[in-house]
Structures are given as structure tokens and as C-alpha cells.
Design a protein around this ligand. Structure first.
Ligand code: ARG
Length: 593
């Protein structure tokens, strides 16, 4: 379906043309004076110069052409030359009927679906997920779901940090602790044990310990580098141990991401492209792009338009070791070869902005991508505590993601119990806990996604878990309210499938309908600008309009059955639109709360 504003603009353009003016002047926008009108057109003001006429005269001419319009119920020319507009009930009814009958509520399939790879999450194996990883997972999952809903073919890849120095550190520390293990016996030719010689808890302790030691002790560091080298050159015992590290870590990561309702299509990592590096480096040298500078292999990525010094992209260190850059570039090569994407999207902290600019320039210059391949880095801001500094636990450490989720869920449980006690009913403890998990996830995700990705935000448990205001729980509460009305309607013998939309009756109903009509335009903007926050803002408005309508309209007690069925059909559409929106944001609603 066409977007509402486009239809209104088409009608307005016809009127401009019919009145003898340039059709291009007929752009309709949402009113910035909602007390006066629903929409407006400022084209007469813009046309004044061109036609050497007072804007109000042009506006009057155009308004006259709209007196019979089936789209505009009101088109009033006001000084100095605005056109104040209201739409007809018939037009609105037609539009929402179209939405209700359409599979994606008015969103059409793209003419040219894109193939997209999105690289998000990006956790490092053997390290606990901490809150710093939250945003990449949460925003990335939503950006992916929005693109998928819009009809694009998008593949999500976790891009594990599973290869460099940290792996050598872990292996070295393990060797010091358990020298007797067969992995360290170079003469061992048998089968290595199937069981890992450590648990995830041990692994998460080993890495920081080893990393700490390596900073103090140069010998320890050198030995760990040696182990990194052995792993990367394929020493059998090192590879077997590494396999264990990956398996133990990945199963823990899967459990955690599942809690967050974040799903990856590909679980590739830095290690996946290890074998592609020599070939890629060769090509960069042969193409004349890479050269040696201070012993390291680099590619210049300066551009003439740069106003600041732009550092070259390092491909290999002076000892020949690869870096974070190298694996990212080789990953681009692999994705281009295997998936042939039109677009690559990356989600990381915005402190990596410059890094990705280098990588993208280098990939273009060395022709790893096609000239038309789109490369997008979405750099997000920091999640801060109430003190405005990066969020810390009460004891001052970087909190594990799990603890953060537990903290929200506990508060959610308390609020759910309090809410039911206020309403005078008792909740089943187990059920309340399940509900708290669902609502808690919405609290976390909405709290994050309702901000523009690039902005820092304050993680505020009290505010995020509130049932009122611009929060996830408020949105879910609204959906649950609609579900409950629909259930009661069914209990009264009503049939949801037979309920047909009826002409819009009163102001709050019209406002709700007009909000619903913005769905396809909102989704499109959220997709084009990679901005889940637009969907949050939309469902907040929609929930507010629904609640106003609900408070002003006796629905289930309505005696005119056709009219009642009309309200119900509107509720069904509102519920479907809200549920579609929260699904692309990556959370869901409970049955009751
Ligand atoms: N593992 C990295 C980190 O923890 C993030 C990876 C982001 N993705 C990428 N392709 N570089 O900082």
C-alpha cells in the first residue's frame, strides 16, 4: 500500500495542477498545529515567488479545487497562505481496511530485495558477556528483524572474538596449571579426551588471571605469544584445546543470547577466516596497495578530502602476525565470495568509528567489495549508570549481563506482585516469575532501543520497569489490555474474524486510526535509517492513542452490535500492529501481567 502521506500529497498535487500551479508544490505533511488541523500543506507559500502572487491567493485557488474531494473533508486556506487539512472518514476507513487485509499491514514487498549481512553481538570467547555486549546484541537483532520484515534477505553473523592473543594466554595458563594434560605432550598421538578440562566458570576466571599476569611478567607474555603462534600454525594439542574452549564458551553464549531473544544465523568468528589471510595479503601486495612501513605491512587509506591526518590501515604487524583489522578484511572477502551481499552492516561501540572507516576504505581500495556494495557501521553510545558514568555493579565492577537481567527481573516480579495486590488478586509465584522474565526483557530492550543508537543513555531500573510512561512494560500492558478485551468479547459469543471495521465515529477513535495509518511509513523509515527508536516512538504514541480511546469509549457494553464489532476490529488491528512492532524490536507480550 502507498503511504498515507503520499496519497494525501497526490490528492493535493492534483488540486495544485487543476488550479493552474506546479503540482510539485502539493506536498502534504503532518500538522504542526494538531489543535487546528490534522495535516497541512505549505506549497502556496513556496509558490508565491514563482507566480508573483500572494500565497493566500494561491491557497484559496487550491482550496476551491478541493471542495469536492473524497480525501479531504476540510481544506482551509489561512493567512498568510497555509492550507489546513482534515481527512474524510471514508478515506480513513478505506485505508485501514486495506491495512487489515494486507499481510504486512500495508508494507509492500521490495521491488529489489537486498542481500544483507549484519555483523553484531561480537562477544569474545572465554569471557563472560558483560553489559558492553548488550547494546550490540539488542540493537543488531532489531535492525536485522526490521530488514527481514521489510522483505530483505538478511543474515546475522555473531563474529566471535575467538582467535588472537587471548587464546594463547588461556592455553599458557592451562599448561602452567595442568602440565600433565596430553594436549601439552608433543609426543602424544592418541585421541584427546572428549570432555573439556575446564568448566565455563573456570574459563572465565582463567582469562583475566592470565591477562593480568602477562601485563606484569614479560616472560609470561612471551610464552603466551608463543602459544598463540602454535595455535595459529596448527599444533595439534593446541588446536584440540582451543576446540574445547570454543565449545564450552559457545554453549554458554547460546544460553545467554537465548535469554535475550537474540538469534544468530551464523556463528563464525575471527578464526573462520584464518586460512584466507595469506591469499588476501598476497593480492594486496600484488595489486600494489600494501607496502612495508616501519616493518609493518600497511595500506594507505587517506583521501584528498580529509581535513585531518588519516592513519593507514595495518594489515600485518612487523612480526608477521595478523590483527583485528586483518581478520575483519578477510571476513569481508569471505562474505563477498560466499554470500554476495549488497550491503554489510556492523554494530559496535562508536569508539570503533574510525576503525571501521579505515576498514571500509581499505576494502574499497583493495577491491574486496564491489563499488556499489554498501558498507555501514552503526556505532552506539555507552550505557551509563545514574551517575552518568559507564554502568557498574554496586560493588563497582563491570556487571555481567546475567546479573543485569536478574536485577531487572527481580524488580519486575516485585512490581507484578504489587500490581496484582493493588487489584485484589493473588498471582501464582511460578507464573509471575515467567511473566517477570517476559516483561523484564521488554524493559531492558525498550529502555535501550528507544534511544537513538549513537546516543549514550542511563540505565535506570526504576524507570525502565515502570508500567507508566515511555517504557517497555507500558507497551506490554497496553497489549495485554487489548487481549483481555478481545477475550471477553469472545466469551460474550463474539467472533473476531467476523468483526468488520466501521466508519470512524469520534475524535479519539479517529486519532487512533490515524496513528495506525502511520505504520508502513514508520517501518520504512526505521529500516532506511537503521533506527529502531522510530518504532519505539511510534508504539508509544499508538499505545497512548489506544488508551485514550479506551477510556473514552464504552466498548463491550455497546448495544449496537455492528458498532461494537467495528470497535473490536479496530482493536484487533491495533493489537496486530503493536505485536508486529515489538516482534521486530525483539521482545514479546505475555497473556496477562
Ligand atoms: N569482538 C569485538 C569486541 O569485543 C567486537 C567485534 C565486532 N565486529 C567486527 N567485525 N569487528 O570488541
Amino acid at each position: 500500500m502507498k503511504k498515507m502521506l503520499d496519497l494525501l500529497t497526490e490528492e493535493m498535487q492534483k488540486a495544485f495542477e487543476a488550479a493552474g500551479y506546479d503540482a510539485a508544490l502539493g506536498k502534504v505533511t503532518v500538522s504542526n498545529r494538531p489543535d487546528l488541523c490534522e495535516y497541512q500543506c505549505n506549497g502556496a507559500m513556496a509558490g508565491a515567488k514563482q507566480y508573483k502572487k500572494a500565497p493566500i491567493m494561491i491557497a484559496n485557488d487550491v482550496a476551491a479545487k478541493l471542495s469536492e474531494s473524497k480525501v479531504f473533508a476540510e481544506a482551509i486556506a489561512v493567512a498568510p497562505g497555509f492550507l489546513n487539512l482534515k481527512v474524510t472518514e471514508e478515506f480513513l476507513l478505506d485505508y485501514i481496511k486495506g491495512m487489515a487485509a494486507s499481510k504486512k499491514f500495508g508494507v509492500e514487498e521490495p521491488k529489489h530485495p537486498k542481500k544483507i549481512v549484519i555483523d553484531y553481538g561480537g562477544p569474545n570467547v572465554a569471557k563472560a558477556l558483560h553489559v558492553g555486549h548488550l547494546r550490540s546484541g539488542v540493537i543488531g537483532e532489531s535492525v536485522k528483524r526490521i530488514a527481514r520484515f521489510m522483505g530483505h534477505d538478511i543474515v546475522g553473523d555473531i563474529h566471535l572474538g575467538d582467535w588472537g592473543q587471548p587464546m594463547g594466554l588461556i592455553i599458557h595458563e592451562l599448561q602452567l596449571r595442568h602440565p600433565e594434560l596430553p594436549y601439552f605432550d608433543e609426543s602424544f598421538t592418541g585421541e584427546y579426551p572428549a570432555e573439556a578440562p575446564f568448566t565455563i566458570a573456570e574459563l572465565e576466571e582463567i582469562y583475566p588471571t592470565a591477562s593480568g599476569k602477562s601485563k606484569e611478567d614479560p616472560e609470561y607474555k612471551a610464552a603466551a605469544m608463543e602459544d598463540t603462534f602454535k595455535l595459529q600454525s596448527g599444533v595439534r594439542g593446541h588446536r584440540a584445546l582451543w576446540d574445547h574452549i570454543i565449545r564450552v564458551s559457545v554453549s554458554d553464549l547460546k544460553r545467554n543470547y537465548q535469554k535475550l531473544n537474540v538469534e544468530f544465523d551464523l556463528w563464525n568468528g575471527e578464526s573462520t577466516v584464518h586460512d584466507l589471510i595469506p591469499g588476501m595479503v598476497d593480492n594486496m601486495k600484488k595489486g600494489g596497495y600494501a607496502y612495508i612501513s616501519d616493518g609493518a605491512l600497511v595500506v594507505d587509506v587517506k583521501e584528498e578530502t580529509d581535513t585531518k591526518e588519516f592513519p593507514p590501515c595495518m594489515i600485518l604487524k612487523s612480526d608477521g602476525a595478523s590483527l583485528y583489522n586483518t581478520t575483519d578484511l578477510a571476513t569481508i572477502q569471505m562474505r563477498m565470495d560466499e554470500i554476495h551481499p549488497d550491503k554489510l552492516i556492523y554494530l559496535t561501540d562508536k569508539r570503533q568509528d574510525l576503525y571501521f572507516e579505515q576498514i571500509f576504505r581499505c576494502a574499497r581500495k583493495t577491491k574486496l567489495v564491489e563499488p556499489e556494495t554498501e558498507l555501514l557501521h552503526i556505532g552506539f553510545g555507552t550505557m551509563n549508570g545514574k551517575d552518568g558514568k559507564p554502568y557498574k555493579t554496586r560493588s563497582g565492577g563491570v556487571p555481567r549481563l546475567e546479573n543485569l537481567i536478574d536485577e531487572i527481573n527481580e524488580e519486575m516480579l516485585r512490581k507484578i506482585k504489587e500490581n496484582s495486590a493493588n487489584k485484589g488478586y493473588e498471582v501464582d509465584e511460578e507464573q509471575a516469575k515467567e511473566t517477570a522474565k517476559i516483561v523484564g526483557l521488554a524493559a531492558i530492550k525498550y529502555g535501550d532501543l528507544s534511544n537513538q543508537p549513537a546516543k549514550d543513555y542511563i540505565f535506570d531500573v526504576d524507570r525502565f520497569t515502570s508500567f507508566e510512561g515511555d517504557t517497555g512494560p507500558y507497551i506490554l500492558y497496553t497489549i495485554v489490555r487489548i487481549k483481555s478485551i478481545l477475550n471477553k468479547y469472545k466469551e460474550q459469543g463474539g467472533n473476531l474474524d467476523k468483526a468488520a471495521l466501521q466508519t470512524v465515529q469520534n475524535d479519539s477513535e479517529k486519532a487512533l486510526v490515524m496513528e495506525l495509518c502511520k505504520f508502513n511509513a514508520t517501518m520504512e523509515a526505521a529500516y532506511e535509517e537503521s533506527a529502531p527508536n522510530k518504532i519505539c516512538a511510534y508504539i508509544y504514541d499508538l499505545a497512548n492513542e489506544f488508551n485514550r480511546f479506551y477510556h473514552e469509549t464504552p466498548i463491550l457494553v455497546e448495544t449496537d452490535e455492528t458498532k461494537k464489532a467495528g470497535f473490536i476490529a479496530l482493536l484487533v488491528l491495533a493489537k496486530n500492529v503493536l505485536e508486529t512492532c515489538i516482534d521486530v524490536l525483539g521482545f514479546s507480550a505475555p497473556e496477562r501481567m
